[in-house]
Design a protein around this ligand. Structure first.
Ligand SMILES: Cc1cc2nc3c(=O)[nH]c(=O)nc-3n(C[C@H](O)[C@H](O)[C@H](O)COP(=O)(O)OP(=O)(O)OC[C@H]3O[C@@H](n4cnc5c(N)ncnc54)[C@H](O)[C@@H]3O)c2cc1C
Length: 596
């Protein structure tokens, strides 16, 4: 033994243990140098995988590790929900991440949103009010087989030089904002491993690892449940009727490629075709209006469907032996106190906020949140102080999520009221294109601090959105008239809808964008004034309806609504907007005539 070894051997056991610990600690940085990264992304689902690719595109030198507990490949079809996309998410995947080839060849082009409202016992689809498009609008959207997408993304990571640990469970995160690196402990088959990262991004979905650790969970006032399953067969709503007139309503495209929604009191059911040949079917219900334990097993869900959606239930029964999975989620909606921090952490995807699947905003929030996270990380790694920017991004993202939430909160009671829902869906869609879509397509969110007028208009539109959503509930309280058999073309016949849609991708300069957004806010104020004044006119002569008359009085004395009505009347002299999109009982709206 050497002299040193003799001296160590002579030490008391306690001192020997301390010395050993010190030696191991000194050795650690050398061993762990390969586990030193700029960014550690916790969770390799849609949010985590896409963020890794985005950061690498923007800043190729970034050393990124993604840690995912699942092994790959994951199964196709029966993997995760989040299959239907709208314009923002499609833009993100196709143009920002350049996945166009995958989307075009491995996924399905979506034929827009389609809804069928309740009529009688829902046994004849031709009798239900149908809302949807008759043509493919120019900006493609997609139905995603989530397993297929995640498999493709996971293969892309190593090709781009991103480290991807699969079968690796995150055990502990030690945030060390005062040090250069945070520490992340992970459990792999070979044992425990520690990685160091300047930035830690939580993308663990509903596990919300960091959010739980930091105590940032926030409840929302929207209580809804969901149950879903996949059937290994392409279910086609067109086959639910032989009525030639009903079938020929759609001039281009195929109804079965829409995200089909069957709407009823306090619920909707989705039908989404997947490229792998399966169909995804989901039931989404207001927790107060439908008992969760009436649908939390497949046999119960089928019984529930027989009661509420018999045509759909009969179709599933025919393919019962091809049911591939069955999942449920209780009270799926939640928010978060903070998602971005200058202490070098972020929460993206469902690790932060989860809203509601109607209109499919989940992957839109991934697109927006990832864009903001990517911006913070890259600027900081390039040496910029991101203190102020992190605060702005955080406030912006949470305000957007709040505006979005108000579209769903307490609105499930309206789901079977076709006359109000048609107005609401046209409004919500216009709002999506003219606000969220316009700003996202023009990359405005990242630079909102440089656009004070846009920020001011965003606050203004948030107020308006909350008021009109409350107005829809107030209108529902005085009228639940049934409508049937009509068709509403969501896109082509309404001049303002086409303009808002095309306007999203207009490629405006920042100054033009500023002016266009202000014009859109003005348009939404006029549209609100138009809805309110048409509804007031529609019920004013119903002297037998005391409840309606009292409600009209309340609307007429609401100074905000009065201002919007006045604005609508003033502006419509110079720039009239078609008013026939708002359906009031006993009046035939323009959209109803389209069906004839
Ligand atoms: C009923 C329902 C229907 C929906 N429909 C739509 C829709 O049609 N369109 C749409 O856009 N959105 C939809 N959504 C939302 C969509 O599902 C989510 O936005 C999306 O799946 C979230 O992706 P994510 O990457 O954040 O989370 P996930 O896809 O859940 O990914 C998180 C990953 O983290 C991993 N992970 C978790 N914990 C750990 C750990 N400790 N260690 C390592 N890894 C970990 C998980 O294995 C997982 O792979 C729907 C949501 C619900 C509830």
């Amino acid at each position: 033994m050497s002299d040193v070894q003799n001296r160590i051997a002579a030490l008391p056991a306690e001192k020997r243990a301390i010395l050993l610990q010190q030696l191991q600690r000194r050795k650690a940085p050398i061993d762990m140098s390969s586990d030193q990264h700029d960014v550690a992304i916790l969770g390799g689902g849609m949010a985590g995988l896409t963020l890794a690719l985005q950061i690498k595109k923007v800043r190729p030198a970034t050393r990124i590790v993604v840690v995912e507990r699942q092994s790959y490949p994951v199964p196709e079809a029966a993997h995760k929900v989040g299959e239907s996309t709208v314009e923002i998410a499609s833009r993100y995947l196709r143009d920002v991440l350049e996945l166009e080839e995958h989307l075009q060849t491995q996924q399905l082009r979506k034929f827009g949103l389609r809804m069928f409202f309740k009529t009688d016992d829902n046994r004849d689809i031709t009798q239900r009010v149908e809302l949807g498009s008759t043509i493919f609008p120019p900006l493609s959207t997609y139905q995603l087989d989530r397993g297929r997408l995640e498999n493709a993304l996971s293969k892309e990571l190593p090709r781009q030089g991103i480290t991807f640990f699969t079968g690796s469970k995150i055990q502990r995160v030690s945030l060390q904002p005062e040090q250069d690196f945070h520490l992340v402990q992970i459990q792999q088959e070979e044992g425990e491993r520690e990685i160091q990262a300047r930035w830690v991004i939580d993308a663990t979905g509903r596990s919300s690892f960091l959010k739980r650790q930091l105590g940032l969970a926030k409840k929302v006032g929207h209580y809804a449940n969901a149950a879903w399953f996949r059937v290994g067969h392409p279910i086609d709503v067109n086959s639910w009727s032989n009525d030639a007139e009903w079938r020929s309503r759609i001039t281009q495209g195929d109804r079965s490629l829409s995200t089909n929604h069957l709407m009823g009191p306090g619920y909707w059911v989705w039908l989404i075709r997947l490229a792998s040949g399966s169909t995804s079917i989901g039931i989404v219900t207001d927790a107060k209006m439908h008992k969760f334990d009436e649908m939390n097993r497949f046999d119960r869900a089928l019984t529930w469907l027989y009661e509420h959606e018999p045509q759909c239930a009969a179709e599933i029964e025919m393919h019962r032996d091809q049911v591939q999975d069955f999942r449920v989620m209780k009270d799926y909606s939640y928010s978060c106190e903070q998602v971005f921090s200058d202490e070098r952490w972020c929460l993206v995807g469902e690790a932060g906020v989860a809203l509601d699947p109607l209109y499919s905003p989940g992957s839109d929030l991934i697109a927006i949140g990832n864009g903001l996270a990517c911006d913070l990380v890259c600027r900081h790694l390039d040496g910029e102080d991101v203190k102020g920017r992190a605060l702005v991004h955080d406030k912006l993202f949470l305000s957007l999520a709040n505006i979005w939430l108000s579209i769903y909160e307490q609105q499930y009671t309206l789901m079977d009221n076709a006359q109000i829902m048609v107005t609401k869906i046209i409004w919500d869609t216009a709002f999506y294109w003219g606000v969220f879509g316009l700003l996202y397509f023009h990359d405005t969110f990242r630079n909102i601090a440089d656009s004070p007028r846009v920020a001011g208009n965003l606050s203004r539109i948030a107020l308006l959105s909350n008021r009109i959503q409350a107005f829809f509930r107030e209108w529902h309280a005085i009228d639940q008239a049934e409508a049937s058999g009509q068709f509403v073309d969501l896109y082509a016949p309404l001049d303002f809808m086409v303009k808002l849609y095309i306007g999203m991708d207009a490629g405006l300069s920042p100054a033009e964008l500023d002016a266009q957004f202000a014009a859109n806010v003005h348009l939404f104020e006029r549209l609100t004034g138009q809805i309110v004044s048409k509804v007031i006119e529609g019920y004013a002569n119903q002297s037998e309806n005391r409840q309606a008359l009292q409600q009209i009085q309340r609307w007429q004395t609401d100074s905000y609504l009065a201002e919007l009505i006045a604005l609508y009347r003033r502006a419509s002299r110079a720039y009239p907007i078609t008013s026939s999109w708002i359906a009031i009982k006993q009046q035939v709206p323009e959209w109803a005539e389209v069906a004839r």
